[in-house]
Write a protein that binds this ligand. Sequence first.
Ligand SMILES: Cc1cc2nc3c(=O)[nH]c(=O)nc-3n(C[C@H](O)[C@H](O)[C@H](O)COP(=O)(O)O)c2cc1C
Length: 361
Amino acid sequence: MPQYPSRVTEPANIADLERLAAERLEPGAHGYFAGGAGDERTLRRNADAFEGWELRPRVLVDVSEISTRATVLGAELEIPILVAPVAFQLLAHPDGERGMARAAAAAGTVLCLSSLTSTRPAEVAEAASGGKRWMQVYLFRDRGVTRAMIEEAAESGYEALLLTVDAPYAGRRERDLRSGFQVPAEIRAPAIEVAVGHRSLTTAEVFELVDPSITWEDLERLCDEFDLPILIKGLITGEDAALAVEHGAAGVVVSNHGGRQLDNAPATIDALPEVVEAVDGRIPVLLDGGVRRGTDVAVALALGAQAVLVGRPALWGLAWDGEAGTRRALEMLTEELRLALALLGAPNPSALSTDHVQRRA
Ligand SMILES: Cc1cc2nc3c(=O)[nH]c(=O)nc-3n(C[C@H](O)[C@H](O)[C@H](O)COP(=O)(O)O)c2cc1C
């Protein structure tokens, strides 16, 4: 394992940012952001599994010009790295979701806003009006609440929906159980509160609104009802990926919620090949979970993902230094990816293929 200095003031990589963020955050909030479900096997596995994939560089390829640009669902992005939906960002830094949105816009990528955003979707849109944004949604027991949330997002220029399907119930996050952490009362969930008719809700009450009875038929109904493309976020099997295509999904995000839901599920990077095979090019496949390096992004793209999302890396940047910190996180990943592409002999993301990766023996 590489040796890192124990105290870092100038971050060189995402691991440095993580340590700096841990110093800034109050312990309960840090546990909430950093933690996973159960024994945190899946949380650890997501990042560790990238070590199980090796890169196969090709040499004597002209890499004098490198582009990190990618097109995802018609959106032209500067980098194939999106910002994942992460709840309650005002808890990390006063810049909160506004800062995250501005940093994503500066990097030329998509901000995915959580339905547990602590800032109203319209205000996030205003704060980064030139940026691209997608809205993450849950299907609520009261379909009127889901509809109200989606309509507000559509009016505010959110161009796609991520329907999160791996959280019919909240995972068992034991760090929070031990610390007794609860989201402070001043941090609200306005997207949901507005959708339920301007009522205040505790986080537990919010989770009770989520409908655990949803099935693939509900996805079809949602696709019929709304014009926005709907990506399914939170599947990790080829079987579910095939069903997602059949039932009208515009894309899938291979995700296990950053290890926060079902513990002992496989790492997403190990699940990616079977999903790519099942989807067979019919819709875009994205991935999140454990991406901490530009070389991790390269592995995911080589295995067939069109783009990745990062949750905690962007969040550690935010916690460390607000909008500027998230910008820094995205810049570090971009520079690492640029160098990885150059050293792999792949001058742009679409030049990557399965020939550039192998399983470690
Ligand atoms: C603190 C925290 C809150 C999250 N909140 C949401 C959420 O509200 N909705 C959602 O779909 N995913 C949520 N996620 C999952 C992320 O969207 C993403 O799947 C995960 O963070 C990716 O793993 P990574 O953190 O290793 O990059 C959350 C993740 C974290 C760490």
